[in-house]
Write a protein that binds this ligand. Structure first.
Ligand code: KIV
Ligand code: NA
Length: 272
């Protein structure tokens, strides 16, 4: 059974309350996100935030399946979307279908996400016609970092037309929502007004129909760099660092383990 909001219900949210989306990569985080989010994305950002890769280019289908299965176990209501990693869909619609079908069958996700605009429209159309709902992703597409020459804002000035055409093409091809990453606010507002399906912004202003963040970014757990568009709602990385330092001090000073953590020889009832 697919948990939660079906893609048609997402489309119906176009002018309603903003769609709340977060990434998750593990069962416990999925459980926490499930209670508050409409959509949980198993993003290929996991390559960088969990596996220490320098970009998302080294992420494999097997990694997405492993984390996708873990996330599925933590969800009861949110719509689950899994990213298609670099190299698993760009060759053509058949390759994309084969790999998207594996993601859906093996993880139990309700939809897949793939990066790209006009060039990916035929692939999106092919998947949508064959039972695979697709979330699109345009603007800054991190898998294209080597072509884009970095992680710069996309769609400034005359380049805005390209991003508009990309968003229109993927929406027209049947994508049920479109992630807009790192584009100027006026462009995000214009695209949101122009396409029929919800836009989900990341670094794309509150003009979008929904928002998404990488969970490790907003929790302050991934601190290698800090994009301007991230708001830190917690400093869990700093809290973890302090806890680990306190543990190390306690062990070195023989303060841990203390009496309450220790088992007696006789079994006095206090210890399990
Ligand atoms: O991989 C990811 O986490 C993403 C979202 C940030 C949109 O693609
Ligand atoms: Na991604």
């Amino acid at each position: 059974r697919k948990a939660g909001l079906a893609p048609p219900q997402v489309a119906a949210r176009k002018s309603g309350a903003p769609l709340v989306c977060l990434t998750a990569y593990t069962t416990p985080m999925a459980r926490l996100a499930d209670a508050h989010c409409d959509i949980v994305l198993v993003g290929d950002s996991l390559g960088m935030v969990l596996h220490g890769l320098p970009t998302t280019l080294g992420v494999t289908l097997e990694m997405m399946i492993l984390h996708g299965k873990a996330v599925r176990r933590g969800l009861e209501r949110a719509l689950m979307v899994v990213d298609m990693p670099f190299g698993t869909y760009e060759e053509g619609p058949e390759q994309a279908f084969r790999n998207a079908a594996r993601l859906m069958a093996e993880t139990g996700c309700a939809a897949v996400k793939l990066e790209g605009g006009e060039a990916m429209a035929p692939t999106i159309r092919f998947l949508c016609a064959r039972g695979i709902p697709v979330m699109a992703h345009v603007g800054l597409t991190p898998q294209a970092v080597n072509s884009l020459g970095g992680y710069h804002v996309q769609g400034r000035g005359a380049d805005g037309e390209r991003v508009r055409r990309d968003a229109a093409a993927v929406a027209e091809a049947g994508a049920f929502s479109v992630v807009l990453e790192k584009v100027p606010e006026p462009l995000a507002r214009r695209i949101t007004g122009e396409i029929a399906v919800p836009t989900i912004g990341i670094g794309a202003s509150s003009a979008c129909d929904g928002q998404i963040l990488v969970i490790d970014d907003m929790l302050g757990m991934f601190t290698a760099f800090r994009p301007k568009f991230v708001k830190r709602y917690a400093e869990l990385g700093a809290a973890a660092e302090a806890a680990i330092a306190a543990y190390a001090d306690d062990v070195r000073a023989r303060r841990f383990p203390a009496g309450e953590h220790v088992f007696s020889q006789a079994g006095d009832g206090g210890a399990a």
